[in-house]
Design a protein around this ligand. Structure first.
Ligand code: SF4
Length: 333
């Protein structure tokens, strides 16, 4: 690889992000873009790069920072201070949505109820919907996330190890949801990953060279053990051969999925559901493949005092009971 000075490295990094944005058609002129902002290095670099490219190439985007406050004392409250500072530095308006306000539960309270083992499952599902809700508040046309190449390679391996074909198919895509302007039930806001081909090392160097302010402390409830294993594996492969990361992503992109989603068996031997059809959740209206979305099932478990029931196969029973209870309460007396 060529040796570059700081300025040329930063310019090359931005040019590569621009090439990916153009090649993958991530934005349209006039788009309102909600940049998922955690205060960490990836989202901080993303916000900086999008602002720079928007001005340099005249994309015509309206940028917003969108943060999710999970309610984790000693972690998220500190990282949100970084996002607030970036709001001023970059002059990009900030919207914060919180678990407590949206769901009535903070992550600290959820961990007390669930324990420290499955907390990331709750957090991941609730965050996905919180971002969606925040994007709707902003009337955003898409949500840009700071996933880098290392993250995408980890996700390819993770989905492969779990035998999760639908997620494996989606996880390498530069843009998901609302393809071709299609309006999905529950109106999912499309997601784009402008940095999906940038190595984590490059992102760290870019942030360091440009002296960007970001928050680097790990969540007090991490690590999510299983992803941690794939992260270690990706790092080992990268040490042996740096291109491994991009090769894993290319492999994920080139996999052909025939009818295995419709009729195949999962790695656990259980039967997989067929091609999943998007529909609106009967309780909250957000997009799901079941009658009740995963967030509503998890919240039902928490509110009933049986959160672990929501995680396993009993989650289906919980969903059925919840649907019946909703139907009963909406039946006129
Ligand atoms: Fe949430 Fe787990 Fe990430 Fe902490 S490590 S922010 S609990 S998903």
């Amino acid at each position: 690889a060529a040796r570059l000075c700081r300025e040329c490295f930063a310019r090359a990094f931005e040019d590569e992000a621009h090439a990916e944005i153009v090649r993958s058609g991530l934005f349209r002129r006039g788009d309102r873009v909600a940049v998922g902002a955690s205060g960490g290095k990836d989202s901080t670099v993303l916000a900086h790069v999008l602002k720079t490219l928007n001005e340099r190439h005249g994309y015509g985007l309206e940028l917003f920072l969108l943060s999710v406050d999970e309610g984790i004392k000693g972690y998220r409250d500190d990282s949100l201070e970084t996002v607030k500072s970036n709001e001023k530095t970059y002059g990009i308006p900030l919207e914060i949505v919180s678990y407590k306000e949206l769901y009535g539960w903070s992550m600290d309270e959820i961990v007390k109820a669930v324990g420290a083992k499955s907390n990331c499952t709750f957090c991941g599902v609730l965050r996905r919907q919180a971002l969606e809700r925040g994007a709707r508040l902003l009337r955003a046309d898409c949500i840009a996330t700071g996933h880098n190449a290392d993250d995408v390679a980890e996700t390819v391996l993770l989905n492969l190890l779990r035998g999760d074909a639908p997620r494996l198919r989606r996880c390498t895509a530069p843009r998901t949801g609302g393809e071709g302007g299609e309006q999905l039930p529950g109106g999912a806001v499309p997601r784009v990953k402008p940095l999906r081909l940038a190595y984590e090392k490059e992102i760290v160097m870019y942030a360091y060279f440009l002296k960007l302010e970001y928050f680097s402390t790990e969540c007090i409830y991490s690590p999510n053990a299983y992803r941690g294993w794939t992260r270690d594996l990706v790092k080992q492969l990268e040490a042996a051969r740096p291109r491994s990361i991009l090769d894993i992503i290319r492999s994920g992109e080139q996999m052909r999925f025939q009818d295995e989603e419709r009729a195949g068996a999962g790695a656990d031997g259980g039967s997989r559901r067929g091609e999943q059809t998007a529909r609106a959740c009967e309780r909250c209206g957000f997009m799901t493949s079941q009658r009740l979305c995963k967030a509503c099932v998890l919240l039902e478990g928490l509110n009933r005092g049986t959160p672990r029931m929501a995680l396993g196969r009993q989650g289906e029973r919980l969903a059925r009971d919840a649907i019946a209870a909703t139907a009963q309460s909406s039946t006129p007396a």
